[in-house]
Write a protein that binds this ligand. Structure first.
Ligand SMILES: NC(=O)c1ccc[n+]([C@@H]2O[C@H](COP(=O)([O-])OP(=O)(O)OC[C@H]3O[C@@H](n4cnc5c(N)ncnc54)[C@H](OP(=O)(O)O)[C@@H]3O)[C@@H](O)[C@H]2O)c1
Length: 329
């Protein structure tokens, strides 16, 4: 059936300005790292994208290597985009990245000009797009001069293949340096994409302050710690969950008794607030307005509904923040 987006899609979503740029992002964005590769039924992937957009999620985040196999998430997204989302291209913010291993040999990894320029060309072909809205360097490269990597990003913007550029996984001091170089090149850094959740709070020490000072937005990836900060694992490991999937990023060994005890306490607190743990965990990441958007993953449309439902209850009292800190400490 031909997809027609819900006319009410902009009624509940909150849009937040990305740093000091002209761009606003939805408070909730959808990542295609899992559940869009060739191992997933394309119809499920399609339903996830449709539901997300119907709820006002205008930002879909990809990378060259998402799959498995690498590249397949972009390819499958491209097929769905062509069938469902072509009329909505100007309502969408589509991002991709390069920085991790993508193809054999010395030119398919890290941060050289050679790799980044070839990779974005490949991504655009796979997705059937003329340009991406945001192109990221996916991780710092300790060997390539920062200038070379950032000049490549600047070049891609000048070529019209990306509208904005971003950095991901850059520590605070390096991010500061990179942001300054990009400003000098005339292509300001739009956004930084770090990992941030109740279980992973490194950004609080310095990075978020650097980004605020420089006027750069931020989008927190894995805000649910891959599903650990939800009710998914409260009664064992469901067979359709990420932890049961053989993922090297979330395996049953990580779900220790100590961690589950914290999750149970957080779950009780969420219930007292009248929301699900997943919703409290997302609202908590957004409590600081230095965070522009939370970048979730989803295997079911109900998970996207949960995430957007969080917007109705985003405020924390000082007592609740202290209680959460005490549980996490
Ligand atoms: N820049 C980087 O280096 C980097 C690295 C990693 C990720 N990312 C980006 O961040 C995105 C999100 O990462 P992520 O998937 O790890 O995020 P996440 O939101 O922390 O975890 C998503 C997973 O949590 C579970 N879940 C979500 N909502 C739920 C709910 N309401 N109730 C129960 N379980 C729920 C689902 O797992 P089940 O499959 O078990 O249902 C879902 O796949 C990626 O798609 C990617 O775009 C970027």
């Amino acid at each position: 059936m031909v997809y027609q987006a819900d006319p009410a899609r902009y009624q509940t979503m909150e849009f937040r300005r990305c740093g000091r740029s002209g761009l606003k992002l939805p408070a909730v964005s959808l990542g295609l790292w899992h559940n869009f590769g060739d191992a997933t039924l394309v119809d499920n992937s399609r339903q996830l994208l449709r539901r997300a957009f119907d709820l006002g999620i205008t930002h879909f985040d990809l990378a060259n290597n998402y799959g498995p196999p690498p590249g397949s998430a972009e390819h499958n997204f491209g097929r769905i985009f062509k069938q469902d989302f072509l009329p909505y291209r100007d309502e969408l913010i589509i991002s991709s990245k390069a920085g991790y291993t993508m193809w054999d040999g010395p030119y398919g990894d890290w941060g050289s000009r050679k790799y980044l320029i070839a990779s974005l060309d490949q991504s655009l072909k796979r997705m059937g797009l003329d340009y991406v809205d945001i192109f990221y360097h996916h991780r710092p490269d300790p060997e390539t001069p920062l200038q070379e990597t950032l000049r490549a990003l600047d070049h891609l913007v000048r070529q019209g293949k990306a509208l904005y550029v971003g950095l991901s996984n850059y520590p605070a001091a390096l991010a500061r340096e990179a942001i300054d170089i990009l400003n000098d090149l005339g292509t300001p850094c739009l956004i930084h994409q770090p990992k941030y959740s109740m279980f992973e709070r490194w950004v609080e020490a310095e990075l978020l302050d650097v980004l605020q000072e420089k006027g750069v937005g931020s989008i927190a990836f894995s805000p649910l710690a891959g599903g650990q900060l939800t009710d998914r694992y409260l009664n064992g490991i469901p067979s359709d969950s990420r932890a049961a999937s053989g993922s090297r990023f979330l395996n049953p060994d990580q779900l220790t008794d100590e961690k589950l005890a914290k999750v149970r306490k957080l779950n009780e607190l969420a219930q007292q607030r009248g929301q699900k743990l997943s919703q409290m965990a997302l609202a908590w990441v957004l409590r600081d307005d230095k965070v522009t958007s939370v970048l979730i993953g989803a295997s079911k449309t109900s998970q996207i509904e949960d995430a957007v439902g969080m917007l109705a209850n985003r405020q924390f009292s000082a007592e609740e923040c202290a209680a959460i800190d005490a549980i996490l400490s």
